[in-house]
Design a protein around this ligand. Sequence first.
Ligand code: PGA
Length: 226
Amino acid sequence: MIFAANFKTNHTRASTKEYLLALESLAQKSSDEFYIFPPISALCSSASKITIGSQNAYPVNNGAFTGEIGLEQLEEFGIKTILIGHSERRVLLGESQEFIAKKFEFFKNNDFKIIYCIGEPLEVRKEGELKVIEFLAEQFNAIDINYENLIIAYEPIWAIGTGVSATNDQIALTHKAIKKICNKPLLYGGSVNSSNIKNVLATQNVDGVLVGSASLDVQNFFNLSK
Ligand code: PGA
């Protein structure tokens, strides 16, 4: 199973370092895969058991893009993994599907492992499963769904950071439909925590989880894999 932690705008460079040391020792005997996405100020090289990825980057080597980092800054830490399409970047930061597809193409051409996030807002979910799938299908526009280094994360926006996870039936139905569009490892994300993890992982077509809040404490995050 894949366990990915998205710290978002949490943790410092110092606390990330402690976290990674602790996780490295906890995960020593684990056969699961761990990915950590720390804030950009805490990027560092991957350790043997844990892959470090970037929550974001601009699709350039370097240049005049105030506030952004590019490939050159990621290469300094040997980062080869990136999250693309997270709903917080789509909604709060206004990233369009066109721009997201450009980012995807750039990092694909640089052989990155891409965790590509998709998810619908509540008003679409309320219209039913068919509308949800139509909405998600559009988030694959101009995306190379056959890219070999691709992992998909389905994260319904209404479930992110709300404490209200999708139900098992919703996850099962939606994941089945996504797998038909794109047959890649598929993570579920959105209020995954110690109470629902067993059910989420037992759901068909779930290959792992992308976790925000419940990943911030290292023991809590590791326990999700036990
Ligand atoms: P959450 O965030 O676990 O806090 O809901 C998940 C995510 O946005 O990746």
